[in-house]
Design a protein around this ligand. Structure first.
Ligand SMILES: [Zn+2]
Ligand SMILES: [Zn+2]
Length: 156
């Protein structure tokens, strides 16, 4: 299940809508993402990865990054690329199910390559997720103060 949260900075008024986790009907999303990856729609690097590792997996969940140029959070699909760990029984299960969640990836796969996300506005490489929180709060990219969560909704 995914989550969309709205954060607001009380100091400067910057607002960000951040989605994380699974968006939409995941088996469908995963299948489409994998197809796009293999068809080269996510770029040549991703296409090559799946040509090299046919049993590779992709992280099709929502995440976010920081554009240091625009000083904004940008929501993206993760697209990190993984291969199954050695002797992985689980891999067959995932292949049968037709999709791999990020939890499966953490437990049963090895990260090979991160997808280089760019800001759509200025083409700067985004700094990816995890480093913008301290004590559970997001830092405001404009002024550096903590942002407060002002709303949120769970998605299916
Ligand atoms: Zn601020
Ligand atoms: Zn930017």
């Amino acid at each position: 299940m995914g989550q969309t949260r709205i954060y607001k900075c009380d100091t400067c008024g910057y607002e960000a809508e951040i989605s994380e986790g699974i968006g939409g009907l995941f088996p469908v999303v995963y299948k489409q993402t994998l197809q796009d990856a293999k068809d080269g729609k996510l770029g040549e690097e991703v296409r090559q990865f799946f040509a090299e590792y046919p049993d590779g997996a992709i992280n099709a969940e929502d995440t976010f990054g920081l554009c240091e140029q625009c000083r904004e959070y940008v929501c993206v699909t993760d697209y990190s690329m993984y291969v199954p760990k050695e002797g992985n029984e689980h891999q067959k299960f995932c292949a049968d199910a037709g999709y791999v969640t990020s939890e499966d990836l953490r437990k049963h796969y090895r990260l090979v390559r991160r997808y280089p996300h760019q800001c759509e506005k200025c083409n700067t490489l985004l700094k990816m997720n995890g480093r913008f929180r301290h004590q559970g709060k997001l830092c405001c990219p404009k002024c550096g103060q903590d942002m407060n969560q002002t709303g949120g909704l769970l998605r299916d």
